[in-house]
Write a protein that binds this ligand. Structure first.
Ligand code: MEV
Length: 327
């Protein structure tokens, strides 16, 4: 049996716009998904996921078209989770040239599902790394990242950037612009995360932005403005200018709101952080619900979030320099 883990992430800047070739800066955080894989001889897949911030579920299914998993939780959540696992397994089988391989897969995650912290990318990255090793092939980190991207791209019906998967595979802070992905230096930023207990549907949210962009030239300009903001943010990052990073995060949140991907609870948490004296705050990831990220070296934002209606959890998260690793 091989076990691998990979980190979740927050977006300092640039989600959604990155889908259209603008730059983005996601940062890996010290919350991980861990995937254990063991080969089985009967060609079947068994997926067990116990702590995905949803009720634990176990699914057992074969390769017969139309065979549906036997589970007792919401089909939407299962479909989402199983979709990523299936796509990761397909990538691992292809990489290992073992199209018929059966696998027992156990997933544990400290990253809430669909909440903007990169749970699906972390599960996909760790799953591909563990499954290929179990099947006797050791992939370079860049190939794990590329295959994880292809898996996400397929599940999200062609609407995915390389940002989440590259960041989870390499760890640290990264810059992604189209196919160009690289690690960048970043100070250990004082991230505070607020989680509303909910989730957004990435595919639907990305489609919503696409429709606005096609309908209104000024929405396309808004996406371009996010790109300008990210370029400015990169300079602030190099200078370690946390105050300016905060100002730009506030701006980025406003633009994401204009693009229709914020929500009442995300806005409430953003304002709670700002009122508590954070340098800045924004939603992170696809939006619609889930998490915000703020910059605050003091305890004020974390405390304020705990008392904010609609916020289920407020916690500090450190930058994780380590990407995917075999445990
Ligand atoms: C989702 O975590 C981030 C988005 O930019 C989609 C993507 O980059 O694939 C909304």
């Amino acid at each position: 049996m091989i076990t691998a883990s990979a980190p979740g992430k927050v977006y300092l800047f640039g989600e959604h716009a990155v889908v259209y070739g603008e730059p983005a800066v996601p940062c890996a955080i010290e919350r991980r998904a861990t995937v254990a894989v063991e080969e089985r001889s009967d060609g079947r897949l068994r997926v067990e996921a116990e702590d995905l911030s949803l009720d634990g579920f176990t699914v057992e299914y074969g390769e017969t078209a139309g065979e549906s998993p036997d589970v007792d939780v919401s089909p939407d959540l299962v479909e989402a989770a199983v979709g990523y696992v299936d796509a990761a397994v397909a990538q691992a089988r292809e990489a290992a040239d073992a199209p018929e391989a059966g696998l027992d897969i156990t997933i544990e995650s400290e990253i809430p599902l669909g909440a903007g912290l990169g749970s699906s990318a972390a599960v996909t990255v760790a799953g591909i790394a563990a499954a290929t090793r179990e099947l006797g092939v050791e992939l370079a980190t860049t190939e794990v990242a590329e295959r994880a991207y292809r898996a996400e791209h397929e599940v999200q019906e062609g609407q995915a950037s390389r940002a989440d998967t590259f960041c989870s595979a390499t760890g640290g802070a990264v810059r992604v612009e189209g196919e160009n992905c690289r690690s960048i230096d970043a100070p250990d930023l004082p991230f505070v995360i607020g989680f509303d207990g909910g989730a957004g549907n990435t595919g639907r949210l990305v489609s919503g932005v696409r429709e606005l962009r096609e309908r209104y030239p000024f929405a396309a300009d808004t996406v371009g403005t996010v790109g300008d903001l990210v370029r400015q943010g990169e300079r602030a990052l190099v200078e370690g200018n946390v105050e300016e990073l905060g100002t730009l995060m506030d701006f980025n949140h406003g633009l994401l709101s204009a693009l229709g991907v914020s929500s009442r609870s995300l806005d409430r948490m953003v304002w709670a952080a700002r009122d508590a004296g954070a340098y800045g705050a924004k939603l992170t990831g696809a939006g619609g619900g889930g998490c915000i990220v703020a910059l605050d070296p003091t305890d004020e934002t974390e405390t304020a979030l705990r008392f904010t209606p609609g916020c289920e959890e407020g916690f500090r998260a450190a930058l994780d320099d380590q990407g995917v690793r075999v445990e």
